[in-house]
Design a protein around this ligand. Sequence first.
Ligand SMILES: C[S@@+](CC[C@H](N)C(=O)[O-])C[C@H]1O[C@@H](n2cnc3c(N)ncnc32)[C@H](O)[C@@H]1O
Length: 229
Amino acid sequence: MTAAQLKTWTTTQEEEDRMYDGHLHHWRAMIALMAEQTLAGKKVLDFGCNQGGFLRTLYKSRPYEMGVGIDIAAESLAVARQKAAGIPAVYETVAEFLGKQPQNLFDMAFSHEVIYLLPDLAAHAQLMRTLLKPGAPYYAATGCHTENPLWKDWHPAISAYSNIPVPHYSLNDYVAAFVQAGFHAEFRPFGIQGFIPAEPDDKVYFPSPAAKADYYARSKMLFRFTRKD
Ligand SMILES: C[S@@+](CC[C@H](N)C(=O)[O-])C[C@H]1O[C@@H](n2cnc3c(N)ncnc32)[C@H](O)[C@@H]1O
């Protein structure tokens, strides 16, 4: 299946629908870690928005003027549109959105667990440079990288339900792509924001609560890439 025909990123509806509950506490942590306390009057982008959960969550705590969610998965976007009532956000495929040749549009951008799936990080960094205004930050979160000790188990597990190939990127691969595209690069681990949900039956992602605590303390990263000029 090519990206242009993709209905959902996951091969099963179960995995697709599980992302909201699984990622809600990550989105809240990202929002809590942002430097910006208000998004009033701001235009924000969620790259790889899936069913739109992040932009809905963000609007509740930091209302923005306009949100745009883009993704390659048409059915996920349809769900995002159905759930968008009361939120000033639009959802489009990447191709639809880029067809309008947007430039210097966004005050801020986000992606949560998307950059690890992209086939060309340099092209992504260049695209974000085009979409963001000078000086604007891009918060990109991922724990999927080769320095995560759990990655050797995660890569086959994720590949089994992903409709697209899953690359192997190091943390430096992400940083280098954005530095070369003219961004100032910063990062921090997510750390522990409040209590971590405990799932005793989870043997694939976190073999023990200690492994999960280590993941948030050391492996799950929030990058802040700021467009220099
Ligand atoms: C692991 S999911 C994360 C979804 C959402 N950001 C969240 O936090 O729940 C990855 C998402 O990235 C999207 N995606 C994958 N490759 C993409 C690309 N090249 N451009 C835009 N979105 C992409 C998938 O369709 C999927 O919705």
